[in-house]
Design a protein around this ligand. Structure first.
Ligand code: SAM
Ligand code: SF4
Ligand code: SF4
Length: 370
């Protein structure tokens, strides 16, 4: 028996958002200063380049939902690299400085290196290169790391939920061995995609016994291990508050074995809280998306695989930029649409999360990107 909620409504196609052409209004020359209703600027853009994945992580793409009958997007529905680059340039003009490619599994998008090359040529209005990074499950990273770096990728984040091979194989649910991901992480280091960040989603009773072994493994390695609280994203992962191990507990458990001290954030609004090993063995981060909402500083927009703009990871509706890109809309019109959408943003789901919000149908993480 399973108590998972199977989505009845495909939220990718739900028509809650205004029809795309209604987004066209006044043209705009962005000044890099756009802010939303809560005075949050637009600084980060996460771009999902595919909704497909070769893993079936139980908390993200459970096999029972994402099976052979699941309707993944056909290729023609995806934004092309030219479309992604065009719209990214407009986001950058509005203030975006940091781009993260995600998915699904972004390394499965054919020729993703070409997209990286195109994006790496963009600059902020002040002439700075973008902070261009990517989140991957690491499964094919050992053969891709060098070509990604050559294409202009600057850093990389690898997801790894356990060091124990049996636990890892059960979590990715496709029997993928941990050794191949560890090889990918070392290949990323060798290619200069550093510091490599390693993200571990912690789910109570599933992999929380791996917290300390993971910390020990990466202690002194130069890689930055980050622990993420399991979130109620999407509609298919059967989330319950009991499954969440609060970051404070993660820190307590590691501190008992490898003493830690708090470190200052690198910049205002940094999502991960930093902790440093007292013996000089590097640092870890904890991302407390559930127990300590960081919506007040959330400057992230998300572009889905098929070109919808989402203002929050937990949003129920997206704004269809693809139609604008595929009609005769000018850059100034699309920039005007992006500006108006961002100025209207009031999202702060994690501050409002409650038993009542958990069941709301939200967009899947594999489609919107993490
Ligand atoms: N496939 C790539 C990967 O796994 O790194 C990129 C996409 S994945 C959706 C991005 C990140 O979201 C991963 O680090 C993953 O562990 C995290 N994630 C997925 N579902 C999550 C959930 N329910 N709670 C917290 N993090 C989640
Ligand atoms: Fe795939 Fe990443 Fe989701 Fe795992 S977390 S199923 S690797 S998209
Ligand atoms: Fe940002 Fe939404 Fe997450 Fe809050 S819940 S931090 S607004 S993505």
């Amino acid at each position: 028996m399973t108590d998972r909620v199977i989505p009845l409504l495909d939220v990718r196609t739900a028509t809650l958002a205004p029809p795309p052409l209604e987004l066209l209004g006044a043209t705009e020359t962005p000044d890099g200063l756009v802010a939303d209703r809560r005075s949050r600027p637009l600084r980060d853009l996460r771009i999902s380049v595919t909704d497909r994945c070769n893993f079936r992580c139980t908390y993200c793409m459970p096999k029972e939902v994402f099976d052979k009958n699941y309707h993944f997007l056909p290729h023609g529905d995806l934004l092309s690299f030219e479309e992604i680059t065009r719209v990214t340039r407009l986001f950058v003009a509005h203030g975006v400085e940091k781009i993260r490619l995600t998915g699904g599994e972004p390394l499965l998008r054919k020729n993703v290196e070409r997209l990286i090359e195109m994006l790496s040529r963009l600059h902020t209005p002040q002439g700075k290169p973008l902070d261009l990074t990517l989140t991957t499950n690491g499964s094919i990273l050992s053969r891709k790391a060098q070509s990604l770096a050559d294409a202009g990728l600057r850093r990389i984040t690898v997801s790894l939920d356990a060091l124990d091979d049996a636990v890892f194989r059960a979590m990715n649910d496709v029997d993928f061995p941990v050794s191949s991901v560890l090889e990918g992480i070392e290949a990323a280091r060798a290619a200069g995609l550093t510091p490599v960040k390693v993200n571990m989603v912690v789910k109570r009773g599933v992999n929380d016994h791996q917290i300390v072994p993971m910390a020990r493994h990466f202690h002194g390695s130069g890689h930055i291990l980050r622990f993420i609280e399991f979130m109620d994203v999407g509609a298919s992962n059967g989330w319950r508050m009991d499954d969440v191990v609060p970051s404070a507990d993660v820190v307590t458990r590691i501190n008992a074995e490898l003493p830690l001290e708090n470190a200052d954030p690198n910049y205002r609004g940094e999502v991960a809280e930093r902790w440093r090993y007292r013996d000089g063995g590097g640092e870890i981060g904890v991302i407390s998306s559930v127990t300590q909402a960081f919506c007040a500083d959330c400057t992230r927009a998300r572009l889905s695989t098929e070109g919808k703009l989402y203002l929050c990871l937990f949003a129920q509706q997206g704004y269809d930029l693809r139609t604008l890109l595929r009609t005769q809309a000018t850059d100034a019109q699309i920039a005007g649409a992006i500006g108006r959408i961002w100025r209207g943003r009031g999202d702060r789901y994690s501050e409002l999360r409650s038993a009542a919000t958990v069941g709301i149908k939200k967009i899947e993480m594999s489609y919107i990107g993490g």
